[in-house]
Ligand binder design. Structure first.
Ligand code: ATP
Length: 247
């Protein structure tokens, strides 16, 4: 059985006295591509933020690589997020005054990083992500798809333990969406653990495991196996399963 890289137990979260997450238990196996689905307002992003240490749950325990991260100081949590976690959001948060290439190398040059190695790895990522031609452009001068592909490069430059993606294609058209999804499938095939929130079935098909959140609870879980482009049966399985969840 795969190692559990991230574990949540009894996670609850309320906003203004309204329960959004209620006693959630969740395991993220190393190397998995887990997708959290559910209707709007089900608590998907709240769960992702709690698991990634971006927001604190009201109660519950979270373990990363076997160690509790629940009670750690904010400074240590910030270090953990910076060193071990990669993030991709719907809105592309690149530094507007830096080129795409600089955005990625700056993120990669954390403590103890070898600058020459970071530059070499960024060049490789840019080649793989079809970004070499726009590497010296500012974020404002590239397309949404190019910007989001650079954001994926930035998320993986430090070889994070987990990449957290919150609706990473929510602001993109279909062709740019597929470009970003192909990158996510690519990094997953290379062994990267990915945890993605989406409300889009087309995106969810990339996951090997789907969790359905409903009214603050995990209602169901589907094991989908590896993604194969154009697999009609996979689409049907997911679609039938989502319908059974009340999607
Ligand atoms: N910071 C906050 N303050 C108050 N309420 C919040 C906050 N963040 C989330 N909520 C509320 O918690 C509920 C769950 O929000 P969340 O963003 O986790 O849902 P979601 O499933 O990701 O929805 P969507 O698919 O629409 O993004 C919603 O009712 C939302 O309004």
């Amino acid at each position: 059985m795969a190692e559990i890289i991230l574990k949540g137990r009894g996670i609850s979260k309320s906003f203004d006295g309204i329960k959004v997450l209620e006693n959630i238990d969740i395991d993220i196996p190393k190397g998995s591509f887990t997708v959290i689905m559910g209707s709007s307002g089900a608590g998907k992003s709240t769960l992702l933020y709690a698991l990634s240490g971006m927001d604190k749950p009201n109660s519950g325990e979270i373990e990363y690589k076997g160690k509790s991260i629940t009670g750690i100081l904010e400074k240590q949590m910030a270090e953990l997020r910076s060193e071990e976690f990669g993030f991709i959001f719907q809105q592309i948060h690149l530094v507007s005054s830096l080129t795409l290439f600089e955005n990625v190398t700056v993120a990669g040059c954390a403590r103890k990083a070898d600058t020459a190695d970071v530059i070499k790895r960024t060049e490789k990522l840019f080649e793989k992500m079809n970004l070499s031609g726009v590497r010296n452009k500012l974020p404002s001068a590239v397309s949404g798809g190019e910007g989001q592909r650079a954001a994926v490069a930035r998320a993986v430059i430090k070889n994070p333990g987990i990449v957290f993606a919150d609706e990473p294609t929510g602001a993109l058209n279909r062709s740019n969406t597929d470009g970003v999804l192909d990158l996510l499938s690519g990094i997953h095939n290379e062994g990267q653990t990915v945890l993605m929130v989406t409300h889009d079935m087309h995106c969810a098909l990339r996951g090997d495991r789907i969790i359905y959140l409903d009214d603050g609870h995990i209602k169901g879980e589907l094991s989908l196996g590896s993604f194969v482009p154009g697999d009609i049966q996979r689409q049907q399985r997911l679609s039938d399963w989502l319908a059974a969840q009340g999607w």
